[in-house]
Design a protein around this ligand. Structure first.
Ligand code: ADP
Ligand code: MG
Length: 264
């Protein structure tokens, strides 16, 4: 069964006094149960636009997006977004931030704290429940953002370069944590990154996009996260021969796209 279906979606951004920007052209993509779909591509190729369509923050100029049997017409609790810059509320502590969406949905305090505590534990933040979020490191703030995104029990988690601002070591640990959460919760994931290594390591399906207009140029099925669950050794997988070969192939694709765009 196809859970999320994007069919021939195109986006034109109007620009006053100029031709519209053709940000996405004819995007067709399925995200099925159990999929961790990663979108990779040069800056400006429409990755965030695609995520915003799925989130329902904007509507496609052409085409449509369905989740199950419903057409996406706006934001909903069945899709949660995690941004690069956490969007936490500085006047609330960790527990209140994680429980915030549940409060908006009208859950009473005891219920929402119980749900929030479950996700705080899942993200390894038990000791920081009462902390102010601005006192936490960037990696921990992102974990709070992920915990909050999970509280609405969405079908799909949408992540726009969630690890882009983290230092290298924190980033690698966060990759492993997100993979475990994906496995343990069974959520579908749509994940945007600039990093080829991150994309290959995390995804079950890799979507390579190219710019002007933004479109999907290649799709690859990936074996590496499954291998990680077998061995538990991320570095070994990232250093393996088939991983490196595919990494170089994809870098070639992206560089060729870039050069093509500059010669237009
Ligand atoms: P990415 O996330 O891959 O970097 P975006 O989806 O942000 O790409 O942008 C795709 C293209 O659409 C870019 O050329 C960008 O400049 C343009 N764009 C994005 N948002 C707007 C907007 N609100 N108005 C006009 N152009 C936009
Ligand atoms: Mg973007």
């Amino acid at each position: 069964m196809t859970a999320l279906a994007i069919r021939n979606a195109s986006v034109f951004y109007p620009v006053p006094g100029k031709a519209p920007v053709h940000a996405l052209k004819d995007i067709t993509l399925d995200i099925n149960e159990g999929d961790f779909v990663v979108a990779l591509g040069a800056s400006g190729c429409g990755k965030s636009t695609l995520l915003n369509l799925i989130a329902g923050f904007m509507a496609p100029s052409k085409g449509d997006i369905r989740l199950g049997d419903r057409v996406v017409t706006g934001p909903g609790a069945d899709r949660s977004v995690v941004f690069q810059k956490h969007a936490l509320l500085p006047w609330l502590n960790v527990l209140e931030n994680v429980a915030f969406g549940l409060k908006i949905q009208g859950h009473e305090r005891r219920k929402r704290e119980e749900i929030a505590r479950g996700f705080i534990k899942l993200l390894g933040l038990e000791q920081f429940e009462q902390s102010a979020t601005y006192q936490l490191s960037g990696g921990m703030q992102q974990r709070v953002g992920i915990a909050r995104a999970l509280t609405s029990d969405p079908d799909i988690l949408l992540m726009d370069e969630p690890l882009g601002a983290l230092d290298a070591l924190t980033r690698e640990r966060a990759q492993e944590l997100i993979l475990k959460i994906w496995r343990d919760t069974g959520k579908m994931v749509f994940f945007i990154t600039h990093s080829v290594e991150e994309a290959l390591f995390m995804g079950t399906k890799l979507v390579v996009m190219s710019p002007r207009p933004g479109r999907i140029s290649h799709v690859f099925d990936l074996p590496f996260s499954r291998r990680y669950f077998e061995t538990g050794n991320a570095r070994e997988i990232k250093a393996s021969a088939d991983f490196i070969a595919l990494r170089e192939k994809i870098l070639q694709i992206i560089f060729t796209d870039e050069e093509g765009a500059h010669h237009e």
